[in-house]
Design a binder for this molecule. Structure first.
Ligand SMILES: Cc1cc2nc3c(=O)[nH]c(=O)nc-3n(C[C@H](O)[C@H](O)[C@H](O)COP(=O)(O)O)c2cc1C
Length: 361
């Protein structure tokens, strides 16, 4: 297995949905960075279920700092952050132990780990482990603020319903919305759509847009550690992510070069581009324009509707209605996770480029 990410700013995730805890070890954080539990808690709280369409698992998700932070500052030693699992109910998972949920990781995990994996609540494959990514993201965001980089994410589509594009001020406020959408009118319709799907024992997916502002030119290490490549790798660690595109993305394939190229110009003595179809990345290297990425999240696989599966023990067909506590739409809860993965990746590249001081004073 591979549970670590990054070269200089490294994170190692541990824990399962129904074991005692989930946590993260962050190595490479420069000494002196001011960090409090509240800083990390604020980010983790953004991931909590907030709407009637979210899981009813009531976790307090209280962040505990175990090491690496002393007197309110990073010490330069590994930082260990932990959240205890409290609201655990494995009964449904015992019932469906040999009935793999279509669309979930039950079958592949069972095959790969010979049935020894902790299957309760999806174990390591649960969305719950993304709370640990968000804790690491909180530290990464603080480090990025030293070089004035800002990271944002918001919901732009749910169940095929698109939000109107909005300005930066509205996107910054999207966190106040239960669906993390910057367009309040669209959010109302999206909520109806999710409630309808849930009422039918079903689920919906959607798209999250992430961005990073004020990113210096030159982040990314071609040819194998390109900025796009490492960002995509970080996004695909988020369970339920099935697609990633940068800038004009898949639409670029249908455009002409003259439409898709971003002309260069000078603004306030700086070289910038007039448009940003490249999503802030050229040749795998940041070009100083905002990094813009869209992440596709599939509909939640655990649904109440009857589905066809197999009994892996009896080796015969079976039907399955998943009970238990599930998000009818994962998208709003994955928004802070997308932010976290952008922050963690950019932080690593900023350190590789020598842009973050070894000691923060
Ligand atoms: C924040 C978050 C919450 C999630 N909640 C659920 C859930 O309640 N039920 C479910 O079946 N899947 C949920 N997932 C997705 C599954 O963990 C994921 O679909 C599964 O591990 C299979 O991985 P894959 O979809 O990437 O192939 C969630 C994912 C995230 C990021």
């Amino acid at each position: 297995m591979e549970n670590s990410l990054g070269k200089l700013f490294t994170i190692t995730s541990f824990g399962e949905s129904h074991s005692r805890c989930v946590g993260i070890i962050i190595d490479g954080c420069p000494a002196g960075l001011p960090v409090s539990e509240e800083d990390i808690q604020r980010e983790v709280d953004k991931r909590k279920p907030t709407s009637p369409i979210a899981t009813t698992r009531a976790e307090e998700d209280k962040v505990e700092i175990l090491s690496g932070i002393f007197n309110g500052h990073a010490t330069g030693a590994p930082i260990c952050l932990l959240i205890w699992n409290k609201d655990i109910d494995p009964s449904e998972y015992e019932r469906i132990r040999f009935l793999p949920r279509p669309g979930h990781a039950d079958y592949t995990a069972d095959m790969k780990y010979g049935g020894f994996n902790d299957f309760r609540g999806g174990g390591r494959f649960s969305g719950r482990i993304t709370a640990t990514f968000v804790m690491a993201g909180a530290i990464a965001k603080k480090l990025l603020s030293v070089i004035d980089v800002e990271v944002l994410a918001h919901t732009v589509e749910i169940g095929g319903l698109k939000a109107q594009s909005k300005g930066l001020d509205e996107i910054r406020q999207a966190n106040q919305d239960p669906l993390k959408c910057a367009d309040p009118e669209a959010a109302k319709e999206m909520l109806k759509l999710i409630e309808q799907a849930k009422g039918e024992g079903d689920s919906v997916g959607g798209i999250i847009e992430g961005m990073a502002l004020n990113v210096p030119v030159g982040l990314g290490e071609p040819v194998f550690d390109t900025l796009e490549g490492d960002l995509a790798k970080a996004f695909f660690a988020i369970p339920a992510v099935k697609g990633v595109e940068f800038g004009s993305g898949f639409a670029a394939a249908g455009k002409r070069g003259s439409e898709n190229n971003d002309p260069f110009t000078i603004s306030n003595g700086k070289i910038v581009t007039v448009t940003n179809n490249a999503g802030g990345i050229l040749g795998g290297i940041s070009n100083g324009m905002p990094i813009v990425v869209r992440v596709a999240v599939k509909p939640t696989s655990s649904i109440a509707k009857s589905q066809e599966t197999v009994d892996m023990k009896k080796m015969q067909s079976a039907s399955l209605e998943v009970k238990g506590r599930h998000d009818a739409c994962i998208v709003p809860r994955a928004v802070p996770v997308v932010e976290a993965m952008i922050a963690v990746t950019l932080c690593d590249f900023a350190m590789r480029a020598g842009l973050i001081p070894e000691v923060i004073k």
